[in-house]
Design a protein around this ligand. Structure first.
Ligand code: HSE
Length: 310
């Protein structure tokens, strides 16, 4: 079987956004992975992986998030063919901006195109979330949902899965600063508390509710005030050196909020792109890490769409 390759762009995502641990996620315009796929006679096979951190990623299709997600789509669609996959990583693994989630979403989306798109959005998210469960040690869809659907997403329920998509404000600028620190999601989930207090629950419900309202009403000041996490980010703080200094640097250069992206180490800062360019925020955050001997890369970006065939 000789088939044409199709090409899919699968965006990086921010998850948690303060109070919405495993619930909130947002797709970014940049960076993104590229997933190539074509039909084969049987079985899902990773042909090649290139780009930052590619050498760390498994080509074994039982352990690769794109392959696991694609396999799940092919199984649900009862496809009578397999799939070859080539991945070009735009997002380093262990970054905190959904590297494995982007590949899972891209793999699922590409498989869905090849099968003639028989699944609902929710089923597609479930296929990609299954891959996240295998590779990250916990079922969470807060990266794969926005990577597939785009915009800002809220997981109302996991059992059964229900995802709500909201269009973020167009002037919501995002600085992603990625220090040269490796944090694996699997390890970063092990340091989390298994229970939270009623006081913290009240704090999270209040902030999470207002964050959603702010996304809908495009109120960046309320959004900035609502990006608060009393439980999960504090538990992970010790995994990312100089996190508090980096966040403070962003805030003192005009950011509306600054927080840990997903399980880290990326530091995410929100700003109003009608007011500032984001350049000084990116420089300020990078400087904190660089002055402390840690290299740091950054992107100035915004909310983006979900996976697309390009
Ligand atoms: N919500 C997940 C976590 C995202 O924080 O562990 C991982 O990228």
């Amino acid at each position: 079987m000789t088939e044409e390759w199709i090409k899919v762009a699968a965006p990086a995502t921010i998850s948690n956004l303060g109070p919405g641990f495993d619930v909130f996620g947002m797709a970014l315009k940049d960076p993104y992975d590229i997933v190539y796929a074509r039909k084969n006679d049987g079985g899902v096979k990773i042909v090649s992986i290139e780009g930052p951190g590619a050498e760390e990623l498994p080509v074994d299709s039982m352990r690769n998030s794109a392959a696991i997600a694609a396999e799940e789509v092919l199984k649900r669609c009862e496809a009578d063919f397999g799939m070859d996959i080539k991945i070009i990583k735009g997002i380093r693994p262990c970054s905190g901006i959904g590297s494995s989630g982007a590949s899972a979403a891209g793999g699922a989306y590409a498989a869905h195109i090849l099968t003639g798109k028989q699944l609902s959005d929710t089923e597609l998210v479930l296929c990609a979330a299954h891959a996240e469960e295998v590779t990250s040690g916990g079922l969470h869809a807060d990266n794969v949902a926005p990577s597939l659907l785009g915009g800002f997403t809220v997981i109302r329920s996991y059992m059964p899965l229900e995802v709500v998509r909201i269009e973020p404000p167009s002037n919501l600028g995002v600085v992603v600063a990625m220090p040269d620190v490796i944090v694996s999601t699997k390890e970063a989930r092990k340091v989390l508390p298994s229970e939270i207090t009623v006081k913290d629950l009240i704090f999270h419900v209040g902030n999470a509710s207002c964050l959603v309202y702010a996304m809908v009403t495009k109120d960046l000041d309320l959004l900035g005030r609502s990006v608060k996490d009393a439980v999960f980010e504090p538990a992970r703080n010790h995994l990312i050196p100089h996190l508090n200094e980096a966040k403070n640097a962003a805030l003192s250069h005009g950011a509306k909020a600054s927080f840990l992206g997903g399980s880290g180490p990326c530091v995410i800062s929100f700003f109003d792109s009608n007011q500032v360019s984001g350049e000084s925020i990116a420089t300020a955050v990078r400087s904190i890490f660089i002055e402390n001997g840690i290299d740091c890369q950054s992107w100035i970006t915004m909310a983006g769409s979900g996976c697309q065939e390009i």
